[in-house]
Design a protein around this ligand. Structure first.
Ligand code: ADP
Length: 226
């Protein structure tokens, strides 16, 4: 991850250096037409904004919050996050299906981190549906209790993934979006794995277009059993 970040930050920095050197050469040679100089400054602004957004994104995900880990009700956190998401993305139609059964959904986690992971999965689901021209398809979020674990799955009707893209999905900086950074899923995977869980993606069983991305977290009681 660190070397991927270094590589990714190097690109805008190298570009900034190139544009600045090119502009300095022009100025030294007395070629002071404003248009190319202005193009150069715009490029420098764009590249520095890209570098800043990479850093912002990493900061948001990597805040050390170990001290805030506690028993949390996963269903409650997921429900609240969906409300937050639909409040800021009114075009999204999210259907939340917490199991009716009174299954315990207590996990040991930092609720803010779980919220970050969920917001990322929901945003990706909506983006994928927008790419496919189906923004108003329902996005289903399901809860399931398994032996010793709670599983949350986000199912969308979006553009899905080509087979060769599955292998790269969790790679830092893998993105198919023009404005994407490709950090959301790799950082989400890191968060879930640091809590002893797993994050994985699959096509829908029934062959429908779209993707199902889910994470599992150990239930608190099973941690106590260890
Ligand atoms: P970003 O959203 O910045 O691209 P992510 O790490 O969150 O970064 O996602 C990486 C890539 O994985 C996306 O650009 C997209 O190609 C693919 N992806 C993620 N979620 C989905 C989804 N639900 N459906 C289709 N493709 C997805």
């Amino acid at each position: 991850m660190a070397s991927a970040i270094a590589h990714e930050l190097n690109q805008p920095l190298a570009a900034i250096g190139n544009f600045a050197r090119g502009m300095a050469r022009r100025i030294t040679a007395g070629r002071l037409e404003p248009a190319p100089l202005l193009d150069g400054t715009h490029e420098i602004v764009t590249q520095s904004e890209r570098a800043a957004s990479i850093i912002r994104n990493i900061r948001a995900f990597s805040q050390k919050r170990a001290s805030e880990q506690k028993s949390v009700d996963l269903k409650a956190v997921v429900g609240e996050t969906i409300a937050l998401f639909t409040g800021t993305h009114p075009q999204a139609r999210v259907i939340w299906q917490p199991a009716e059964t009174p299954e315990v959904s207590t996990v040991v986690a930092d609720p803010v981190q779980i919220q970050q992971v969920m917001l990322n999965l929901l945003k990706n689901a909506l983006d994928a549906q927008q790419t496919a021209g189906r923004a108003d398809e329902p996005i289903e979020v399901q809860f399931r209790a398994e032996a010793g674990a709670c599983v949350i799955t986000v199912r969308d009707g979006g553009c899905g993934l080509a087979p060769e893209q599955f292998a790269r999905l969790f790679e830092p900086f893998f993105t198919t979006k023009t404005e994407g950074l490709g950090l959301g899923l790799s950082l989400s995977k890191g968060i879930i794995e640091s809590l002893g869980g797993t994050l994985s993606a699959a096509a829908h069983d029934d062959g429908k277009p779209g993707l199902a991305i889910g994470f599992s977290l150990p239930r608190e009681e099973s941690q106590e059993d260890l």
